[in-house]
Design a protein around this ligand. Structure first.
Ligand SMILES: NC(=O)c1ccc[n+]([C@@H]2O[C@H](COP(=O)([O-])OP(=O)(O)OC[C@H]3O[C@@H](n4cnc5c(N)ncnc54)[C@H](O)[C@@H]3O)[C@@H](O)[C@H]2O)c1
Length: 389
C-alpha cells in the first residue's frame, strides 16, 4: 500500500524547493520499494489572488487529515496593492494561514520541533561572512516550540471606532494541557536521543532539557515552569534547566554547546529558532517539524523569499532535510525500517555534498561560487540514491 503524502508547495520559492525535496524522495524511495500516493494541494497568496475566496481548495482540510505525511514549502506573497505586506484575506489573516497555522491548529500539531545542527563544511552566518568558529559537533540541539496557542492563539482583535484602528489586543493563552503535551514531548525526545547515542549537550554529554521562559514577569510562564518541573520528575536521568528568554538569546550564541533539548512557548520559540538558524548556516538549512499525536507536517522554517522566486537560486537543503525528518517520523510511527533507512541516506547525502563544498547555493558559498537550487537537489538526490541502491 502506498503512503499518502500531501504536498503544499505554496508561494514564491516554496514550490521550487519542494520540487528538489521530491526529487530526493523519489531517488531513495524507488530502490527501497517505498511507494507514495501524492496529493499536491495548491495554496497561499498566489492561489488566493487567482481564486478570490480561499487560500486553498475547500476540501483541503479533509485531504490533509487523510494523509500519512504532509510536506510544506512556504506561503506568503507580496500584496499587489503595494501595502508592503503579504496578500491578506477578507478576514485580515495572511493568505496562506490555512495550510500553515490552520493545519497546526486543526490537526493539533502541538510541538514544533526544530533541530539546530551545524553540519561539517557549513559556516555559521554571524557577521555576514563565511567563517566557522564552532566545530560542527558543538552545535547540536533541538528547540521545541509550543505550536497551537501562546500569543498566536487567534483570540485578540482590533477596535476601530469610526473605521480607524485605534486599539489592538493580542491575548497570550497558556494552558496546562498544551504545556504538558509539549513539555512531555521534549523530555521524551531528550531520552530517545540519549538512547540512540546522539543525545546529550556537546559541552558535557549531559541529557538536559532547558525551559525557556520569562517567569519573573509572565503568569503563563510561571504555569509553564511549574508544569515543566512536575513532568520533569518522571525523568530522573535528565537534567532540568531553566533560562529567562532574554538571557537565553546571548547564551545561545555565546555557548550553544551547553544546550541539548530546549522547550518553550509559541512566540519565544518562533524568535529564538530563527536566531538559532544563524548557528547552522542560515534559513536555508533550518527545518521545522510540526508534530502531533496522529499527524505531522514538515517544512523549512524560511518563508517564500519572493524576491528570489523563479530564479532557481535558493538553498533547497532545509526542504530536503524536512523530507528526511518526515521519513524518520513516519518510519518510527509505522515501524517501517525502509523509511528510516531512506531518511538516513538523505542526511548522509546532504553531509557528503556539504563536505565536498559543491554544488552549493549562494547563501553557503557566496554568489561567485553559487550553484543553482536544482543543481544542489540533483547532487543530493544522486548521492542519496547511490546509498540505498
Ligand atoms: N511557514 C511559512 O510559510 C513562512 C515562514 C516565514 C515567512 N513566511 C512568509 O514568507 C514571505 C516572505 O517573508 P520574509 O522575506 O520575511 O522571509 P523569508 O524567509 O521568505 O526570506 C528572508 C530572507 O531569508 C533568505 N532565505 C529564505 N529562504 C532561503 C533559502 N531557501 N535559501 C537561501 N536563503 C533564504 C533570503 O535572503 C530571504 O530574503 C512573507 O509573506 C512571510 O509572511 C512564510
Amino acid at each position: 500500500m502506498p503512503y499518502k503524502l500531501v504536498t503544499l508547495g505554496g508561494d514564491g520559492t516554496g514550490p521550487e524547493v519542494m520540487a528538489e525535496g521530491l526529487k530526493v524522495l523519489d531517488a531513495v524511495s524507488k530502490p527501497l520499494g517505498i511507494e507514495w500516493d501524492i496529493d499536491d494541494i495548491p495554496c497561499g497568496g498566489q492561489y488566493y489572488l487567482e481564486h478570490g475566496d480561499l487560500d486553498w481548495p475547500a476540501d483541503s482540510p479533509e485531504r490533509c487529515a487523510a494523509s500519512d505525511l504532509i510536506l510544506l514549502g512556504a506561503v506568503g506573497w507580496p500584496d499587489p496593492e503595494g501595502t508592503g505586506g503579504p496578500v491578506l484575506m477578507r478576514d485580515g489573516k495572511m493568505a496562506g494561514f490555512s495550510p500553515v497555522i490552520g493545519n497546526r491548529m486543526r490537526l493539533n500539531l502541538y510541538a514544533n520541533v526544530r533541530p539546530i545542527k551545524l553540519y561539517p563544511g557549513v559556516s555559521h552566518r554571524i557577521h555576514g561572512g563565511h567563517k566557522q568558529i564552532w566545530e560542527p559537533g558543538k552545535v547540536d540541539m533541538v528547540i521545541i516550540r509550543e505550536n497551537t496557542e501562546g500569543l498566536y492563539a487567534p483570540t485578540g482583535g482590533k477596535l476601530s471606532p469610526g473605521g480607524v484602528a485605534d486599539v489592538a489586543i493580542d491575548t497570550r493563552v497558556i494552558t496546562r494541557r498544551a504545556s504538558e503535551q509539549v513539555i512531555r514531548h521534549a523530555f521524551e525526545l531528550c531520552k530517545r536521543r540519549g538512547e540512540q547515542g546522539h543525545g546529550g549537550a556537546p559541552k558535557d554529554g549531559k541529557l538536559r532539557v532547558t525551559a525557556i521562559i520569562k517567569d519573573n514577569v509572565l503568569h503563563g510562564c510561571q504555569l509553564f515552569r511549574d508544569v515543566f518541573f512536575e513532568i520533569g520528575e518522571e525523568y530522573p536521568d535528565i537534567e532540568k534547566d531553566t533560562a529567562i528568554v532574554d538571557a537565553f538569546t546571548q547564551w545561545l550564541i555565546g555557548q550553544p554547546e551547553y544546550y541539548d533539548v530546549c522547550v518553550t512557548t509559541n512566540m519565544f520559540g518562533d524568535i529564538v529558532t530563527d536566531l538559532a538558524s544563524t548557528l547552522q548556516g542560515g534559513m536555508g538549512m533550518a527545518v521545522g517539524a510540526n508534530t502531533g499525536k496522529d499527524h505531522a507536517m514538515f517544512e523549512p522554517i524560511h518563508g517564500s523569499a519572493p524576491k528570489h522566486a523563479g530564479k532557481d537560486k535558493v538553498n533547497p537543503i532545509a526542504m530536503i532535510l524536512s523530507v528526511k525528518e518526515g521519513l524518520d517520523w513516519l518510519g518510527a510511527r509505522k515501524g517501517d525500517a525502509a523509511l528510516t533507512r531512506a531518511a538516513a541516506a538523505i542526511e548522509a547525502a546532504v553531509i557528503e555534498v556539504l563536505e565536498a563544498g559543491k554544488p552549493l547555493t549562494y547563501d553557503l558559498v557566496g554568489n561567485e561560487a553559487a550553484a543553482k537550487c536544482s543543481e544542489v537537489g540533483t547532487a543530493i538526490a544522486t548521492a542519496a540514491g547511490r546509498r540505498v541502491s
